[in-house]
Design a protein around this ligand. Structure first.
Ligand SMILES: [Zn+2]
Length: 438
């Protein structure tokens, strides 16, 4: 392992203070003013941050990396590159691979491939049920006790709809402080659904996806998790009613957390009007009233975190008619900029709140104790953001293997220029350094 001792000079933290940050052997060792001229730091490689913003590396609790099984769409290496380019130093890999990550062998394989890629941490999520079928509980303890140390379990893509299975899963994870991440969606209410159920779906003649399908499962599961004393995490909230339910549960002191995706913070079901499948996503884009409720919920902390639901798909599964297209959008490389556009530029949220929602809080929920902070004694997972910069999204320049972004040609604010993972500069001036942590 080769580390360079670094000094990040003139780094502006989220609270506005400007500091120097010393990084030695991958660890943040000193944070102070004008260390550049202090004794002991003369031989460090000095990087003048020039008062750009420095944040703890972002943490995504909801990433589809597609390997093993669907390497044409994404691999752990290409997904890691996409993460690092977007400012993420840790991502949680969803279990809907092939084979499904429902046993210790597959989650350990994902961990091993991530270490070989060496660009960021990839924490595997284990499936709740065997084969994501919703019928029999997967080997949760075996995955928790494996070298991959799985703590988050999810059948994402599918809802754990059987209340008996959901109950058993919630009971099981208590013993190792695990959490069930639920894709809240009553499947019998969404069978064959194509987009949000409402005025736009009626006009387009597409089968609707009612908000109540999401809200009924959220209501059931917050009550059940509270009854059992277990931790529940709600994936990708999309409805105003869902936000209200989580707000109520938190008001009661219940141990529930929730996430929102960047695309649900900015796009509405009106996007579907042109029948472009790039906007087809599960759960669907909702109405502007829902978007506002999600933004307000994220700002006041009802929604704990932003999670990308990065879902790479090959071109041919999007270059087709709406009803035949796959659900999903890539998101790692645009997430920060979309949150800045919707939440910072609108003055709904501060940079400190953004750092919490995109790094500190997801690290806490996932139990990723080395992430989510810039502090003395912690591994240096740090990003540099040019907050005054802007960029035009070009899907052809993405590090992801897939191109299914709804933000192609969008002008977005805030540019991630540099990413440090364990003190190694894996992205420098927007270019991969080839640096590898081993
Ligand atoms: Zn999902």
């Amino acid at each position: 392992m080769t580390f360079t001792n670094l000094l990040l000079h003139n780094a502006r933290l989220a609270d506005g203070s400007v500091v120097d940050i010393a990084v030695e052997h991958g660890i943040t060792t000193r944070i102070g003013s004008d260390l550049a001229n202090a004794h002991g730091f003369k031989t460090h490689e000095k990087i003048d941050v020039n008062q750009k913003l420095v944040l703890p590396g972002l943490v995504d609790l909801h990433t589809h990396l597609r390997e093993p099984g669907f390497e044409g769409s994404e691999t752990i290496l290409s997904g890691s590159k996409s993460a690092v380019k977007g400012g993420y130093t840790a991502v949680s890999a969803m279990a809907n691979t092939w084979p499904v990550a429902d046993n210790a062998g597959v989650v350990e394989q994902v961990s091993r491939l991530a270490r070989e890629a060496g660009l960021c941490d990839v924490f595997p999520i284990g499936a709740v049920t065997v084969g994501l079928k919703g019928e029999a509980l997967a080997e949760l303890s075996a995955m928790a006790n494996s070298a991959a140390k799985v703590r988050i379990f999810s059948d994402d893509g599918n809802c754990v709809s059987d209340p008996v299975i959901m109950r058993r899963a919630l009971e099981y994870v208590r013993s190792f402080d695990g959490v069930i991440a639920q894709h809240a969606q009553e499947p019998r209410l969404t069978h064959g659904s194509q987009m949000n159920e409402g005025a736009v779906s009626s006009k387009l003649g597409l089968k609707g996806w009612p908000a109540i399908a999401e809200e009924s499962i959220i209501a059931r599961d917050i009550l059940m998790a509270n009854y059992l004393g277990s931790r529940l995490h709600i994936c990708h909230l999309t409805t105003r009613g869902g936000v209200e339910l989580v707000r109520w549960a938190k008001g009661q002191g219940m141990a529930v957390t929730a996430e929102v995706t960047p695309h649900h913070l900015i796009l509405t079901d009106e996007s579907a009007s042109g029948f472009d499948p790039i906007y087809k996503v599960n759960p669907p884009l909702r109405t502007s009233a829902d978007v506002l409720a999600l933004q307000d919920g994220l700002a006041d902390g009802t929604i704990d975190i932003v999670a990308t639901d990065h879902a790479p798909h090959p071109n041919d599964s999007k270059d087709c008619e709406w009803s035949a297209a796959s659900f999903g959008m890539v998101g790692l490389e645009t997430a920060l900029s979309v949150v800045v556009k919707t939440m910072i530029q609108s003055k709904k949220m501060s940079w400190e709140a953004l750092a919490d929602r995109m790094s500190t809080a997801p690290a806490r929920i996932g139990g990723y104790s080395s992430h989510g902070k810039i502090s003395e004694g912690s591994p240096a997972h740090i990003i540099i953001v040019d907050t005054t910069g802007a960029w035009k999204v070009d899907r052809e320049l993405m590090a992801s293997k897939s191109r299914n972004t709804p933000f192609h040609d969008f002008e977005l604010p805030a540019v991630v220029t540099d990413t440090f993972y364990n003190g190694v500069q894996v992205l420098r001036d927007r270019n991969f350094t080839g640096a590898k942590y081993e």
